[in-house]
Design a protein around this ligand. Structure first.
Ligand code: IPM
Ligand code: MN
Length: 353
């Protein structure tokens, strides 16, 4: 297979983890005889500095022409503490999602047995937890009508029936490959937009009689994820709730540096870690590259290349089992491995397999 990849490394630790992601992608493609080309493009704070736009037209073009985008992270403290900034790095990520029509964000929350002790939750609650959050990504408050005045401000949580239907469709498709249990997360006791979600879901659930469809308020879901994460199989929710719940989900696993994601829609799909740019870790060779590497596994799997994805997952599991780990998940007294060392170990594993 020929794969044309757009590489958007972005800010903070982005370039460091991206280097490892690309190396793993190359090694895996070589192993299985795929032809890959890579085109780097600017985004985030980096792009603001260079060309004054966090998602320049040139980057958009490169993404559109690619088969897949491998994305790392954007964000910079220079903008975080300046509410008056006219343009922000995060707008680059949002523009990419909107322009590429990436309405479905797939965020698996998968635990690793050898890291269960790193979770803030008790072992027996975490061990075996495995669910997917399907987050709607191009609607809701993120993109609804906004006003930012001196004395008043608002964001509109706007959704249309087709937007809700298409994301629920994706969620139901995922349930077919899993345990056939869907939880629709909303706030239908308060929000009109949530009542639309619930109405549409109640209509659609009759088309999937083999799936158990539950409805849960988002506050309750936030609690249930901590009390009983194994309850969930596939969870589907709107943009803002999905943003919040997936950060919560990532900490269940023990480190934010472990969770990949895929965003799909009408144009080129994007594969990216769910964590941010961690500016404090930049340049220190301590960032965990596994979320980026697992995003590469999701990329292969998206194209039906299951064996390629499986080999990457096997290599990641082997690195964890053999304590080839970045500091935040290393066992006490374990040897020090940095971003590069973990990445290189995984590349070697794939080459020698
Ligand atoms: C995420 C991030 C983004 C979001 C930010 C960086 C705009 O937190 O991908 O979850 O809020 O969607
Ligand atoms: Mn987030």
């Amino acid at each position: 297979m020929k794969l044309k990849i757009a590489v958007l490394a972005g800010d903070g630790i982005g370039p460091e983890i991206m280097e490892q992601g690309v190396a793993v992608l190359k090694a895996t493609a070589e192993k299985f005889g795929h032809e890959t080309t890579f085109t780097e493009a600017l985004c985030g704070a980096h792009a603001i500095d260079e060309v004054g736009d966090p998602f320049p037209e040139e980057t958009f073009k490169i993404c559109q022409e690619a088969d897949a985008v491998l994305f790392a992270s954007v964000g910079d403290p220079r903008f975080d503490n300046d509410p008056t900034a006219k343009v922000r790095p995060e707008q680059g990520l949002l523009a990419m999602r909107k322009k590429l029509g990436l309405f479905a964000n797939i965020r698996p929350v998968q635990t690793f047995d050898c890291l269960v002790h790193k979770s803030p939750l008790k072992d027996e609650l975490v061990s075996g937890a495995d669910f997917i959050c399907i987050r709607e990504l191009t609607g809701g408050m993120y993109f609804g009508e906004k006003k930012e005045g001196t004395d008043e401000a608002y964001d509109t949580n706007y959704y249309t029936r087709p937007e809700v239907e298409r994301i629920l469709r994706v969620a139901y498709q995922y349930t077919q490959r899993r345990r056939r249990h869907l939880t629709v997360v909303d706030k239908a006791n308060v929000l009109a937009s949530s009542r639309l979600w619930r109405k549409v879901a109640q209509e659609m659930m009759t088309e999937y009689p083999d799936v158990q469809t539950d409805f849960m308020y988002v506050d309750n879901a936030a609690m249930r994820m901590i009390q009983d994460p194994k309850f969930f199989d596939v969870m589907v929710t709107e943009n803002t709730f999905g943003d919040i719940l997936t950060d919560e989900g990532s900490c269940i696993t023990g480190s934010m540096g472990l969770l990949p994601s895929a965003s799909t829609g009408s144009s080129t799909p994007v594969f990216e870690p769910i964590h941010g740019s961690w500016p404090q870790g930049k340049g220190l060779n301590i960032a965990n590259p596994l979320a980026q590497i697992l995003s590469v596994a999701m990329l292969f799997e998206h194209f039906g290349l299951e064996a390629e994805g499986a080999l990457i997952r096997e290599a990641v599991n082997a690195s964890l089992d053999q304590n080839i780990r970045t500091p935040e998940i290393q066992v006490e007294g374990g040897a020090h491995y940095g971003t590069r060392e973990v990445g290189t170990w995984i590349v070697d594993y794939i080459r020698n397999k």
